[in-house]
Design a protein around this ligand. Structure first.
Ligand code: PMP
Length: 356
């Protein structure tokens, strides 16, 4: 069979799991994907409406992405030649892997880490070493330090998905400065954390900081991602690696408009941080759970083996959270997104009904 090689390759891929998206339930509170519902739906609809008015979709968005980069440059206070864009940060991560990683390059990351990144490494047969989280859901810096010399790429989500953990800034900086390979710091949830490493990318030629409009900006559906890195990395990525038109015109214009209202972003982020504390404090009242600290817009807790039970009970109450099961020594982990005050109250009430 002439296409035997192809069938073999196809069978190899078929054996992979792929990225596990949450199940789609209709008419439920969606607290399963770390989206941002604190930013108003009407506000975002107005944004899209205005973006549509500016766009002429008969044309390719020639020069438009550059306008978005310009707006990001002002917002982030980073030169334009240090910013690249992508179709969601998923696509940026994917392009970095397909072009800079191979079965010969070894990735060092945490266990768990962002599922999409992990699945992509499997898809491309990129060997990964994963440092597990400890029982209190923190990472040990020394374990990373030891493994650096046998690694080519370091990938850390800061804060981590799904644990919500963020290294102390000085620890993460120490780790990165010691490494000579490629460093990818995924700051998808950076706005909810204690710090960003953007400034470090100004003095390093091997550091890529990935960020997104999906979380703090509440624009997950638009698929707008970006990264900050040394100008040589950005030049190669944008000129050679990235597609000619990775973002659609309406998304680009909406992104530019969103950046004009930084106050909205910081207000919603602050609300989410306050609500996060309320969720953690409330869940900690129950012995049935072990609740972990979080620097992201979600909270991870261990239902100590009763994760399926809690998950089903929440669905019955019209709330979808994420069932993650075993993480390290913890048997039944669940992750809940920090929603609006009302959503969070509904979730906490449903938990009280179940356990109270
Ligand atoms: N990085 C991390 C750590 C994430 O959790 C996510 C989304 N769940 C992404 C990147 C991807 O974000 P997006 O593609 O929407 O920009």
């Amino acid at each position: 069979m002439k296409n035997g090689w192809f069938q073999k390759k196809l069978r190899g891929y078929a054996s992979l799991q792929g990225y596990q998206k949450p199940q789609k339930y209709t008419g439920v509170l969606k607290l399963d994907s770390n989206e941002n519902f604190v930013i108003g739906k009407q506000y975002q609809q107005d944004l899209i409406h205005n973006a549509r008015k500016i766009s002429d979709v008969r044309e390719y968005p020639l020069g438009r992405a550059e306008k978005l980069v310009n707006a990001l440059s002002k917002y982030l206070k980073v030169p334009q030649n240090m910013i690249g864009i992508g179709n969601g940060s998923d696509q940026i991560l994917d392009l970095i892997l397909t072009n800079f990683a191979s079965p010969q390059t070894r990735v060092l990351t945490s266990e768990p880490t962002f599922g999409f990144f992990e699945e992509r490494c499997k898809l491309y047969s990129i060997p990964t070493t994963k440092i597990p989280f400890s029982k209190d859901m923190t990472l040990d810096l020394n374990q990373f330090m030891e493994k650096l010399k046998n690694s080519d790429i370091l990938y850390i989500d800061s804060p981590n998905n799904p644990t919500g953990f963020q290294f102390l800034r000085k620890d993460l900086e120490k780790l990165i400065k010691k490494f000579e390979g490629l460093v990818i710091i995924d700051e998808a949830y950076g706005k909810f954390g204690d710090y960003s490493l953007i400034n470090l990318s100004k003095s390093m030629n091997n550091l890529i900081i990935v960020q997104t409009f999906s979380k703090a900006f509440g624009l997950a559906g638009l698929r707008l991602g970006y990264f900050i890195a040394n100008k040589n990395i950005v030049d190669v990525f944008s000129r050679v690696i990235q597609y000619p038109y990775p973002l659609n015109s309406i998304a680009i214009e909406a992104g530019i408009l969103a950046l004009q209202k930084p106050q909205i972003i910081s207000d919603t982020t602050n609300t989410i941080k306050k609500e996060r504390k309320r969720i953690i404090d409330n869940l900690r009242k129950y012995d049935a759970f072990e609740v972990f600290d979080s620097k992201a817009n979600f909270v991870l807790f261990d239902a100590k083996g009763a994760d399926s039970h809690v998950f089903t009970a929440m669905i019955e109450q019209g709330i979808s959270i994420r069932k993650l099961g075993k993480i390290g020594k913890h048997k039944g982990c669940l992750r809940v997104t920090v929603g609006t005050k009302e959503m969070n109250s509904k979730f906490l009430l449903a938990i009280r009904d179940l356990l109270g």
